[in-house]
Design a protein around this ligand. Sequence first.
Ligand SMILES: NC(=O)C1=CN([C@@H]2O[C@H](COP(=O)(O)OP(=O)(O)OC[C@H]3O[C@@H](n4cnc5c(N)ncnc54)[C@H](OP(=O)(O)O)[C@@H]3O)[C@@H](O)[C@H]2O)C=CC1
Ligand SMILES: Cc1cn([C@H]2C[C@H](O)[C@@H](COP(=O)(O)OP(=O)(O)O[C@H]3O[C@@H](C)C(=O)[C@@H](O)[C@H]3O)O2)c(=O)[nH]c1=O
Length: 298
Amino acid sequence: MSAILVTGANGQVGYELRRSLAPLGGVVALTRQEMNLANEASVLAVLREHEPRIIVNPAAYTAVDRAESDVDLAMAVNATAPGVLARWAADNDALLIHYSTDYVFDGTKNTPYAEGDAVNPQSVYGESKWRGEEAVRSSGVRHVILRTSWVYGHHGSNFLKTILRLAQERSELNVVADQLGAPTSAALIADVTRTIVERVSNLQTTDGFKETFHLTARGNTSWHGYAEHIVREASAGGFKLALSIDKLKPISTAEYPTPAKRPANSKLDCTKLMNRLGITLPAWQEGVDHVVASLRST
Ligand SMILES: NC(=O)C1=CN([C@@H]2O[C@H](COP(=O)(O)OP(=O)(O)OC[C@H]3O[C@@H](n4cnc5c(N)ncnc54)[C@H](OP(=O)(O)O)[C@@H]3O)[C@@H](O)[C@H]2O)C=CC1
Ligand SMILES: Cc1cn([C@H]2C[C@H](O)[C@@H](COP(=O)(O)OP(=O)(O)O[C@H]3O[C@@H](C)C(=O)[C@@H](O)[C@H]3O)O2)c(=O)[nH]c1=O
């Protein structure tokens, strides 16, 4: 019997969860090879072996464009598997912490999205993540769903690392400037998850704990504004770049066609989380600067 089971241990958030949850003890963090979410029998066998009290599920099919043509696997991992985890947790009185995305919204709202706003996914990935959320809720399990956005970290693949690489290889780069959101570090998500685990475990009665929270860093920018910040920070930090800031051009979504449609407004209102946990979320630039510096020193 283990206390906490973490899925997708080699992902950005999974990797940081191993660090943030370790002091709580009894953590079993499993990779895709050790627990394949696309295989229900494998998932149930692993759950029966470890009998966790808390399941933390950052594993997901996150290749947004590929999901448009790989629908079955995206749905299996993002929509079906959370339901399997949730039903096992409900039957065994375990708590499930699950993650979702800004891409459940269509992005047509002018202000940040709150937890109760109507969803309208525009991509297979967004739809699969919404179905996963609903599978968790309808199971009746005690749960926390954390919706976040634009995740990056030192470990794993992300926009920050792609831009750093491109800025070293290319002298010109075009990045969309009409999609707005908050870059959010995997480390922040993992740290807030630990706070939630501690709070929920300490509640006298946790019977009714079923909550969805928005969790992102503070402030927002466009993908272009984000790229600009990365390039400036990398340049100041001593990276040898082929790209100068005046050659990083803002373009429209229409000028950068992709298989999956992305929301123009990805801003999430995190007031509920801040009020309930009594925490202040850091400005998005803080985590970006930290990761750029950490990549420089490796
Ligand atoms: N990345 C982002 O920008 C955002 C992510 N989210 C959500 O946050 C959560 C964490 O995302 P993040 O850490 O960035 O994702 P990553 O893509 O970095 O990691 C996902 C992990 O899931 C694993 N995985 C994929 N398929 C399976 C499977 N069939 N069985 C078991 N494991 C599998 C991957 O394994 P492997 O290492 O073998 O590939 C990988 O380790 C996800 O729920 C995601 O939807 C929300 C908003 C933004
Ligand atoms: C690399 C690149 C991207 N872009 C654009 C394409 C797209 O509109 C935007 C982001 O590109 P990416 O494909 O890296 O990011 P994307 O995979 O869409 O990121 C999303 O991932 C999933 C998992 C989420 O849940 C979301 O919150 C979000 O983080 O930047 C450019 O304009 N120029 C470029 O050189």
